[in-house]
Design a protein around this ligand. Structure first.
Ligand code: MTE
Ligand code: HPA
Ligand code: MOS
Length: 765
């Protein structure tokens, strides 16, 4: 079955927030943002701005009827700045005007006085000053301190990974209308409709039942709209509530890039110990997460870094500690992988550090330490139905590591200017929200009297294909064509108290709830068939819209069955609730069984570096991936390709630069570079690992959204490998992204001039 949306997308029929026809009387909102990264708010002067044409009202924290607070995990984030500003781009006031242009134009007339305070941008400096979002966390297995003495080799180092802009094609936005009886209806580009509902109700000081949030689809989220869509939904709703007119707020690209948080940059220290057989005996790692100015989802992201600190390896003695450091950057947030990639990058850096020092291929250490069945993760969950070795060995069989390496060595021997590099990146990713209670979902299924079906769940379609999968589940369970199924918008009045669409678990959670509701409806209809047509209930089924009795077509088809059930007053609506079984985790001991299952895979990345220019191109990323029994191979392959390319971008091209004043210098697409058609690997085969899947996965089809991003980590190590082919033995910092500029500086280290004072860009954005 094809993804349901692309035809509508290419025909321009898909509706995003900015496409919704506006109601008469709509006001347009523009956000006045803090021009400084830290300071005391002394005064705001709107007098000139209020006189600008079309300006209707300017709202500040003082206009918030409820509590000025939108922090999800820690209540540390005001919707509109109050007293102090903590990052550049922090919303301070909301201008409402008759047109978008008028609202934007008025911003320049607002005067603000801020008394500057010291600005922190470096997480290690923040940690040294005690600026932590939450107390540090440590995951422990065995006794690493005692294990160093058993190690034949011990290496240590530092690894840095940068942030990443989500760059969803649809920027953040919302359209809010006042409803009768003092409520608000919000059309929001959010992964978390309930989060928008909950925080807006809190900000407005009214019940959640007064707020309806509706989401048709997103033009991408990638984690950036898991928590951070709330600001824009709540601001639009505040305007609509106070002024009693519809309010539309859609950020332009540069405002979105300036004001929203991104993937967390991390700076980390590692120490790895191996025995004489290259088994990793001990690993210690300390992560400094740059959380930005408020908690947002940082504590949860931090925790997932710890869950994935040892990637897909079994290490008997592990101590992993993580600090969430408060700085004066926009609060960083969820981004595909949710802290996992940052942890895995350090693990791979440690292995490569050891391999280079010992003169062995990193792959030797990687292969020798892969997880095996029932090996424990540091959080004590065993690796069950473990496919780490299977995915590695399958990749080796079909892509041939030794042969690939020999071909590269031959190429490198015959080329001066161009050098190739190769890396192997095995991955393991835990599926479930790490916060156990979030692993629940509901579905509401209506069968209409003509036999068509409407399905509502908490799942948000953001391009990942979840609506298609839900339609497949409903069609398969009911025994009817997917053409009869409509997956409805995600609406908080139809399905309440939803977890965000995130953690790659959306299809599992909402698909299982859909399956349960459809099973009940199917059994109810079969019971009706049995009464109505005096058939034996045993052996009754619906296949291809035909009722079969013991495999023989009975005299009734789907439409007739539904219609007759209606006239016999059979309930054609069902609501089901699914909660992932068996999960538990104790955050005080950091032990438990947090994940429904793990997803495994292996990627070989081959790159060619132009050693004159420092530029590079990826020849191939060859993947073996553990899909289980993929229920939709086309969608799933798309997720692998997109995820891997997004990971390559994070590791190679995408460089976020904030200056010391906390200002984002890479604030548009001409200074922030993401992979384009030309930087996508030329060759990207995806091999579907042959496994039985997992019973906790929907239709045994494993979650696929986030894991492939981590194949992109291989890109960093492949480029590094090529640099070392040009300059054998050269020590290269474990610092991503490895941009062409950094490649060049590593190719010609002696040509690097002494550092000069950084150029301060002074033009306003
Ligand atoms: N794919 C597309 N096209 N657009 C997106 O925004 N988000 C990713 C991934 N794949 C995303 C995507 C992220 S961060 C997650 S958590 C999952 O999809 C969420 O959807 P799922 O749970 O249905 O996999
Ligand atoms: N993944 C993604 N989003 C989340 C998680 C998680 O584990 N926990 C809370 N939000
Ligand atoms: Mo994805 S980072 O869990 O939205």
């Amino acid at each position: 079955m094809n993804h349901l949306d692309p035809v509508r997308h290419v025909r321009g029929e898909s509706q995003y927030v900015d496409d919704i026809p506006t109601q008469r009387g709509t006001l347009y909102a523009a956000v006045f943002e803090s021009p400084l990264a830290h300071g005391k708010l002394l005064s705001l002067d709107f007098s000139a701005a209020l006189e600008q044409p079309g300006v209707v009202r300017i709202l500040t924290a003082a206009d918030i009827p409820g509590e000025n607070q939108i922090g999800g995990i820690v209540p540390d984030e005001p919707l509109l700045a109050e007293g102090h500003v903590h990052f550049r781009g922090q919303p301070v006031a909301l201008v409402l005007a008759e047109s978008e242009h008028q609202a934007q134009a008025a911003l320049a007339f607002i005067k603000v006085e801020i008394e500057p305070r010291p600005i922190l941008t470096d997480p290690r400096v923040a940690a040294a000053q005690g600026e932590l979002i939450v107390p540090p966390r440590t995951f422990r297995l065995g006794d690493s301190a005692a294990a160093w003495s058993q190690c034949a080799h011990v290496f240590e180092g530092v690894a840095e990974s940068g942030g990443q802009e989500h760059l969803y094609i649809e920027t953040q936005g919302a359209y809010a209308y006042p409803t009768e009886m003092g409520g608000v209806r919000i059309i929001s580009s959010t992964q978390g409709p309930t989060a928008v509902q909950r925080h807006t109700a809190h900000v407005l000081g009214i019940g959640m039942h007064q707020i309806e949030v509706d989401v048709t689809r997103l033009g991408g989220g990638f984690g950036g709209k898991e928590d951070q869509a709330t600001t824009w939904g709540a601001l639009a709703a505040l305007g609509a509530y106070v002024v009693r007119r519809p309010v539309k707020l859609v950020l332009d690209r540069m405002a979105d890039m300036r004001m929203t948080g991104k993937r967390h940059p991390y700076s980390s220290d590692f120490r790895i110990g191996l025995d004489a057989d290259l088994r990793i005996v001990a690993y210690e790692v300390t992560f400094y997460q740059n959380a930005g100015a408020a908690a947002d989802l940082s504590p949860a992201v931090l925790e997932r870094t710890l869950f994935h600190a040892t990637n897909t390896y079994f290490i008997p003695n592990v101590t992993a500690t993580a600090y969430s450091c408060r700085t004066n950057l926009p609060p960083n947030t969820a981004f595909r992988g949710f802290g996992g990639p940052q942890g895995m990058f350090v693990m791979e850096s440690a292995i490569v550090k050891a391999a280079e020092a010992l003169g062995v291929p990193a792959s030797t250490i990687q292969r020798r330490n892969l997880l095996r069945e029932n090996d424990l993760f540091s959080y004590r969950q065993p690796a069950e139905m473990c496919n780490a070795e299977l995915s590695w060995d399958t990749a080796d069989r079909i892509y041939d590591l030794e042969q690939s390496r020999a071909a590269i060595a031959a190429f490198n021997a015959g080329n001066e200017q161009f050098k190739k590099g190769l890396s192997v990146m095995p991955i393991c990713f835990g599926i479930s929200f790490t916060k156990t209670p979030m692993n629940q979902a509901r579905a509401l299924v209506h069968i209409y009297t003509d036999g068509t079906v409407g399905v509502s769940t908490g799942a948000v379609e953001m391009g990942q294909g979840v609506n298609t999968k839900i339609a497949q589940v409903a069609a398969r369970t009911l025994g009817i064509s997917p053409n009869r199924i409509k997956v409805e918008s995600t609406n908080t009045t139809r399905v309440a108290n939803t977890s965000p669409s995130a953690a790659s678990a959306t299809a599992d959670l909402n698909g299982k709830a859909t399956q349960m509701a459809c099973e009940v409806l199917r059994e109810r209809l079969l019971q009706h068939a049995c009464n109505e047509y005096t058939l034996n209930y045993e052996g009754l089924e619906i296949t291809n819209e035909q009722v079969l009795a013991a495999g023989v077509p009975a005299d009734t088809i789907w439409e007739k069955l539904v219609s007759s059930a209606y006239w016999k007053r059979v309930n054609l609506t069902e609501n089901a609730h699914y909660a992932t079984p068996d999960l538990h985790f104790d955050p005080t001991t950091n032990q438990g069984y947090p994940f429904a299952y793990h997803v495994y895979g292996t990627a070989y990345t081959t790159v060619t570096v132009d050693c004159l220019r420092g530029t590079y191109a990826f020849d191939a990323v060859q993947i073996v991936h553990d899909f289980g029994e993929s229920m939709n191979p086309a969608i799933d392959q798309g997720q692998i390709e997109g995820g891997a390319v997004q990971g390559i971008g994070w590791m190679t091209l995408e460089e976020l630069i904030y200056n010391e004043e906390g200002r984002l210098l890479t604030n548009s697409l001409n200074s922030y570079k993401i992979p384009d058609l030309y930087s996508v690997p030329r060759h990207m085969p995806v091999h579907f690992l042959d496994t039985p899947g997992h019973p906790r996965a929907i239709l045994r089809s494993k979650a696929v959204g986030e894991p492939p991003l981590m194949y992109g980590i291989g890109a960093y190590f492949a480029v590094r490998d090529a640099i070392r082919a040009f300059r054998p033995g050269h020590e290269i910092d474990f610092s991503a992204p490895i941009t062409p500029e950094k490649v060049l500086l590593n190719l010609y280290p002696s040509a690097v001039p002494a550092p000069v004072a950084p150029v301060v860009v002074s033009a306003e954005a």
